[in-house]
Ligand binder design. Structure first.
Ligand code: SAM
Length: 306
């Protein structure tokens, strides 16, 4: 069983919050097999295999069909989510941004698979055991970064800017920041602090992309927890015990998009529901985890043109 989250807790990719990164990569592996025109992450499957959670390896490799173990919605959301962040980075670098920071990089392989323009520096931040494992595994697989990749092994509830600067980050240069699949795993005040810090470290012309979950209606979060428990139960029966409902922080928190707007960012965004429609994927039939209303937002610091 997973213990409840607490300040200073740590993990690798097979424990606690780390398993969510491995599950996200498994969803990308399944999605890649289904439609390479939307998402092509050739590193997802070998990374999941290297972590060694048997159920996730079987799902990632296609040996085990997703069936009831992975919701259709989760696979389709992996497609739109990956495409959203890929497009965000490609647009930012096309506009001349050469400094990229991927917060909570998990098993994200963008630093190895996107066509970064020459001179792009990509910083990846995550827990020490997570970044070390990914670097080692991809090296062993013979993969080579397509940018100047630098890692900062750090807890994002701590003083991560010091570690980022020590890795070479230059706050005087415009940055493209992403926080993908991260915010719900931070306590509410740590989320605010993270968004404040991103803003403080952003030179004019910087960009940001993240997810903004609408404030839940009464009872919504209890339903989400029940559904996470049901999913965890199915996985437990297959020998994998992530206890998903214990990994996220529930309760009141600021919505990321209006919070960022209040800090001076000009954002645009679309809900997952709209993104699915835009690429002709079916609407979420069962939205047990309230994914459809999540907005993927991106934008620039200040008013466009200023
Ligand atoms: N962004 C990746 C992706 O989309 O595949 C990973 C998303 S995964 C759902 C959540 C990630 O957040 C994990 O890699 C986890 O280690 C990282 N994370 C959560 N809280 C963190 C913290 N306090 N410090 C560092 N990393 C954290």
């Amino acid at each position: 069983m997973t213990s409840t989250r607490h300040d200073g807790d740590t993990w690798d990719l097979a424990s606690s919050v780390g398993t969510t990164a491995t599950a996200a990569a498994a969803a990308r592996a399944i999605a890649t097999r289904e439609d390479r025109s939307l998402i092509n992450d050739p590193f997802a499957e070998p990374l999941v295999r290297a972590v060694g959670i048997d159920l996730l390896t079987r799902l990632a490799s296609g040996e085990e069909p997703p069936g009831e173990l992975v919701a259709r919605a989760a696979i389709d959301v992996a497609k739109v989510r990956t495409k959203f962040y890929d497009d965000f980075f490609l647009d930012a670098t096309k506009a001349g941004v050469t400094q990229v920071v991927i917060l909570a990089s998990g098993l994200d392989s963008r630093a190895y698979r996107l066509p970064w323009p020459a001179g792009t520096v990509v910083y990846e931040l995550d827990q020490p055991q997570v970044v070390e494992f990914k670097t080692r595994t991809l090296t062993e697989l013979g993969a080579e970064p397509t940018a100047d990749r630098r890692v900062a092994a750090v807890d994002l509830r701590d003083d991560w800017p010091a570690v980022l600067r020590a890795a070479g980050f230059d706050p005087a240069r415009p940055t493209a920041w992403s926080a993908e699949g991260l915010l719900g795993y931070l306590p509410p005040e740590a989320q605010d602090r993270l968004l404040d810090t991103i803003t403080e470290l952003s030179a004019p012309g910087s960009r940001v992309a993240t997810e903004s979950r609408p404030t839940p209606k009464p009872g919504d979060e209890d339903k989400t927890k029940e559904n996470l428990d049901r999913l965890s139960e199915r996985w437990r029966a297959q020998g994998f015990d992530p206890d998903m409902a214990k990994l996220r922080y529930f309760g009141e928190r600021n919505e990321a998009a209006p919070y960022l707007t209040g800090l001076g960012w000009t954002l645009t965004g679309s809900t997952v529901r709209d993104l699915l429609t835009a690429i002709n994927l079916p609407p979420l039939e069962e939205d047990d985890l309230r994914m459809g209303g999540v907005r993927y937002v991106s934008g620039v610091l200040g008013q466009p043109g200023n």
